[in-house]
Design a protein around this ligand. Structure first.
Ligand code: AMP
Length: 499
């Protein structure tokens, strides 16, 4: 189903979108607002903008969707040609406004605004150290920890060194858009876990979680921000400088951005997400294609997968033989209608309510499925709620056989770095085999895609991807969890000022 909305927990979840712009002779607020609209799928709990007019910082952060969070007057009061924005993922219960972003703070050497996508694993440690040094915190979010650490460093050194020292101190995933007075910065963690890209727009430059936001501003994608890189936009919108502040041998790009989270029209780490998904669908057919009368996607997340799968099925049979010209192949059809107005099902915290939510969201088209063998394609199974409900619905609508093909490997472990993926206890694949899951969801057959196929489709080696949710081994140190590499955890003291 669509990004956003299905999951919620009590802890803050940093599944978010960030943006920053620096403009020559235009106000930043409106482009930021449009960019946030383009990133709405990355977070629906709250939206916010911080701008700077050369003298003063302005901020507006409000609960709700972008369209509800800002009124005309709010945008008018956000004056200045530079600024950042943020959309935040929903959490259960009431919004703790102190956790909404951008986080803004004024301190001795100016003002800071911070938009963060990702999750630090050593935030508590850094918070304690800063608190002991006299910093007062207003939230328990890790964004404020980054802001205070940066503010402390900025008292003693220039911007680039200050950012470098903060990067040496914090551990975890982060893509940041920052304002330091009227200078906008973009920073991506040394493993490039969450996406961040740089673009040119009329009269200035933009940093955004996804390139679709740059398209929305009629701009052009320049490139991804590199892992460990700092990009500093000139306050007058005329250019930018870049600094490779931390270098690592490998990356840990999140494969799930490609599978589910990002918009299909975004380019992430040089790959158009739509094409990656189509390629995942093709591989799914090659690895575990099953002949059936109809192939249909779970809208919207399964669409690109299903179209790639059906294309490949038109070329070869499930046994890998070239398909004969008189063999009709597999029909690709829309067999499920989605109610586009059901989004925020996170306000349905119980399993019973989640099941109802699937029925509210999706309804079978009887003529597509009645009397047929049907293959349903989705990007992922998390709790198994969607699949179980869909198999039942499609059978009730008259399908004779229901096969499930999933464009990702089984999700067996939680994500700690920015995708809200439910707890281990809730994950259906955490301790069940594919056959057990098939039985539980009630399908005639079930296959997932292999990890190697995912790496192949994304065009990266396994060692350069974060596969934590499908292997249970993570690229950062998480208490109680295994790692998949020699982790470069930060030194416990801030780095010396001259390195
Ligand atoms: P579930 O019903 O829990 O098995 O969730 C699977 C469905 O949720 C699939 O249709 C996915 O497209 C979608 N999905 C996958 N990951 C997430 C996520 N992190 N947040 C919300 N929905 C998701």
């Amino acid at each position: 189903m669509n990004a956003g909305g299905d999951y919620g927990g009590d802890e803050p979840r940093e599944k978010c979108g960030v943006v920053g712009v620096s403009l020559e002779d235009r106000e930043a607020a409106r482009p930021l607002y449009y960019a946030l609209y383009a990133l709405q799928h990355r977070g629906q709990e709250s939206a916010g903008i911080v701008t700077h007019d050369g003298f003063q910082q302005h901020s507006h952060v409000e609960r709700g969707l972008v369209g509800d969070a800002f009124e005309e007057g709010d945008l008018a009061s956000l004056s200045g040609g530079t600024g950042i924005g943020h959309v935040r993922y929903p959490t259960a219960g009431s919004l703790d406004k102190s956790c909404a972003q951008p986080f803004s703070v004024s301190f001795k050497s100016g003002s800071l605004g911070l938009s963060h996508n990702g999750n630090l694993v050593n935030a508590d440690e850094v918070r304690e150290e800063l608190a002991a040094a006299g910093h007062a915190f207003t939230s328990d979010g890790d964004t404020e920890v980054i802001a205070h650490d940066l503010a402390r460093n900025l008292l003693e050194e220039d911007l680039v060194r200050a950012v470098k020292h903060t990067m040496n101190r914090i551990h975890g995933s982060y893509s940041l858009a920052i304002t330091h007075d009227d200078t906008v910065l973009g920073v991506r963690d040394p493993l490039g876990n969450r996406p961040l890209c740089l673009g040119k727009i009329d009269g200035g430059y933009v940093l955004a979680s996804e390139s679709a936001a740059i398209d929305t501003l009629d701009g052009e994608l320049i490139r991804d921000v590199r892992p460990g890189e700092l990009v500093v936009l000139d306050p007058d919108g005329t250019g930018y400088d870049t600094y490779q502040l931390v270098e690592r041998e490998s990356t840990a790009h999140c494969f799930f951005e490609h599978v589910y989270f990002a918009r299909p029209d975004s380019v992430i780490d040089e790959n158009l997400v739509y094409e990656v998904r189509r390629s995942l669908g093709r591989k799914l057919w090659e690895e575990s294609g099953v002949e059936s009368d109809v192939v249909m996607p779970v809208p919207d997340s399964g669409r690109a997968f299903a179209s790639g799968y059906a294309d490949a099925a038109g070329e070869t049979t499930a046994d890998g033989e070239p398909r004969a010209a008189d063999d009709g192949g597999v029909e690709f059809a829309e067999g499920l209608m989605k109610n586009r107005y059901v989004g925020r099902t996170f306000i349905m915290p119980t399993q019973d309510e989640r099941e109802r939510a699937v029925r509210l969201k999706l309804n079978p088209i009887r003529s597509t499925v009645e009397g047929k063998s049907v293959t349903i394609i989705d990007d992922s199974i998390v709790r198994g709620t969607t699949s179980t409900q869909l198999v039942e619905l499609v059978r009730e609508a008259g399908a004779e056989e229901v096969h499930l093909r999933i464009g990702a490997p089984p999700i067996l472990a939680p994500c700690y770095f920015g995708i809200d993926m439910a707890t281990r206890e809730e994950l259906i694949a955490a301790d069940a085999s594919t056959e057990e899951i098939r039985e539980e969801v009630g399908a005639d057959s079930l296959s997932y895609l292999s990890i190697d196929a995912v790496a192949d489709a994304v065009g990266e080696s396994r060692a350069d991807l974060c596969l934590g949710c499908v292997t249970g081994e993570y690229p950062f140190d998480v208490e109680g969890e295994a790692t998949d590499r020699d982790v470069d955890a930060p030194v416990s003291d801030p780095a010396p000022a001259d390195d």
